[in-house]
Design a protein around this ligand. Structure first.
Ligand SMILES: Cc1cc2nc3c(=O)[nH]c(=O)nc-3n(C[C@H](O)[C@H](O)[C@H](O)COP(=O)(O)OP(=O)(O)OC[C@H]3O[C@@H](n4cnc5c(N)ncnc54)[C@H](O)[C@@H]3O)c2cc1C
Length: 455
């Protein structure tokens, strides 16, 4: 594995008297192309010790609710089956991250974590690394979520897709080696209790919002993610260049799986490359998809990594965007809606209401509709800060892929981040305007409305 994927927090030899190699899994909830797992297995085999993978189901997690937990728990059940096959000692515990992981450190021989990108998750890793240092425990964090490791791409906040694209593309071929999951020398497995319990009982033990119920449109787990990918490759990829049209249903709907780490970018990218190599897909369609998957997604990770205030209205966008918002903050708003109006889909705009229905029912929303949806909330809020907070709140509450680097970058995009200035107009100022008439003119919106009515 490339050294560029590894951040060594504590450099010490593996402890001979340690009982197991410890991998705390959080962001990368899968086996395939999980570089942290591959490294942990290598370490276990090198020391002839078992591998213990610990997963903490946090009793409460900011903005996460029953919908998110149900999806994640489905994934853990499937993971438990995979770990049984390869002989990993898989421990799932309900509790607080720090306490749960800390309790496994004293008897470990080495400590491996998967990389996190958001602020609070990075802090947690720093704190755990400090704790591991007290035990003189070798500690490493491994980047499994991006193809080109984040810190290898750029050491600064990138302005837009055009500035980061060449930096990714010139290195991508150097990082196409897959993670090799070798058999374990010392096998050890006990089915975690959480996996045996009915979902309801696990959720009962948590302190989470239960009003946002599980969605029946997505099922979590590595196998489900693979199925979703294959369906997309077979049925939709060839039309991806038209995927901005919400009536065409040409998107992959892979984002929930990417968010929970049920599938890796590398797996998806390599399957698309195979399709290209076998002439099974028009090149322009495949390239349009790779642009989103690789360039846009990585740009979001760069955004949250290099901008401390990625989730605060006052800091999330460019100076030109704040200037134009300051000029237009007093513009008259024709409609003002409350959160309840949005959640009930009761605005004057049938397209917006349809998008809200998609979000509330399925936990997902079409890519272009997310842009339209965010832009309309700007038009219908008292001021820009209120709009930002409303969009982010709804985004993270209802989307299965919410609370992702893409969430913060996507919402900031509505306010000019990673975008350019447009001709000035009411309320939007120089922010890119997206309007109902534009939507009607460009796309088959009746089809989209018909689709959301049946959800
Ligand atoms: C206001 C707003 C909020 C958003 N909130 C989220 C969010 O909470 N979580 C989330 O994952 N994405 C978010 N996005 C980005 C994008 O809309 C979704 O990633 C995409 O719609 C997911 O659906 P899909 O998997 O079918 O995408 P596809 O069109 O099939 O694209 C494949 C993959 O490429 C990546 N991708 C596609 N479009 C973008 C984009 N504009 N920026 C970054 N990566 C992209 C995603 O990982 C996606 O899964 C948001 C965008 C906006 C404008």
């Amino acid at each position: 594995m490339s050294e560029a994927r590894m951040k060594h927090h504590v450099k010490k030899p593996f402890k001979e008297d340690g009982e197991y190699i410890l991998y705390w899994m959080q962001s990368t909830q899968r086996v395939e192309n999980n570089f942290a797992l591959a490294y942990a297995i290598e370490a276990a085999n090198a020391t002839n010790k078992p591998l213990r993978v610990v997963f903490c189901v946090a009793r409460a997690f900011k903005d996460a609710n029953e919908r998110h937990y149900a999806f994640m728990l489905e994934g853990l059940k499937s993971l438990s089956g995979s770990f049984k096959r390869i002989g990993v000692d898989f421990q799932i515990e309900i509790g607080e991250f720090f306490e749960v992981v800390q309790s496994h450190l004293p008897k470990a021989a080495a400590f491996i974590m998967d990389k996190a990108y958001l602020r609070h998750l990075r802090t947690l890793r720093r704190l755990l690394a400090k704790e591991a240092e007290k035990h003189s425990l070798y500690t490493v964090e491994i980047d499994s979520e991006l193809i080109v490791p984040l810190e290898q791409i750029s050491d600064k906040l990138e302005y837009a897709a055009r500035t980061i694209r060449p930096k990714i593309m010139k290195q991508v071929d150097d990082f196409l080696d897959e993670a090799i999951i070798r058999p374990l020398n010392i096998r050890s497995f006990q089915k975690p209790k959480v996996v045996e319990m009915p979902l309801e009982d696990v959720i009962e033990r948590l302190n989470i919002d239960r009003t946002v119920r599980k969605t029946h449109y997505f099922h979590g787990g590595e196998k489900e993610a693979q199925k979703q990918l294959e369906r997309f490759l077979e049925e939709k990829l060839e039309n991806y260049h038209e995927s901005n049209d919400p009536g065409k249903h040409a998107n992959s709907k892979l984002s929930p799986y990417l968010h929970f780490g049920h599938i890796s970018l590398l797996t998806i990218y390599k399957r698309v490359e195979e399709k290209i190599a076998n002439n099974e897909v028009p090149l322009h369609a495949a390239e349009a998809f790779i642009e989103q998957l690789l360039v846009r997604r990585t740009l979001s990770f760069n955004f949250v990594w290099h901008l401390e205030g990625y989730d605060r209205f006052e800091t999330m966008t460019h100076p030109w965007a704040y200037e134009t918002m300051n000029v237009h903050v007093g513009d008259k708003r024709e409609h003002l809606y409350t959160l309840r109006d949005y959640e009930k889909g009761e605005t004057h705009d049938p397209y917006f209401n349809a998008a809200m229905r998609e979000m509330m029912e399925t936990g997902h929303m079409h890519n272009y509709m997310r842009m339209y949806w965010g832009k309309q909330i700007i038009l219908w809020s008292r001021d820009y800060k209120e709009a930002y907070e409303t969009i982010l709140y709804l985004n993270n509450k209802y989307f299965l892929d919410g609370r992702d680097p893409n969430s913060y970058a996507g919402v900031a995009w509505c306010f000019g981040r990673h975008d350019r200035a447009f001709q000035e107009r009411e309320i939007f100022g120089k922010l890119r305007p997206l309007t109902k008439n534009g939507l009607k003119r460009k796309f088959d919106m009746d089809k989209y409305i018909a689709y959301t009515k049946h959800l």
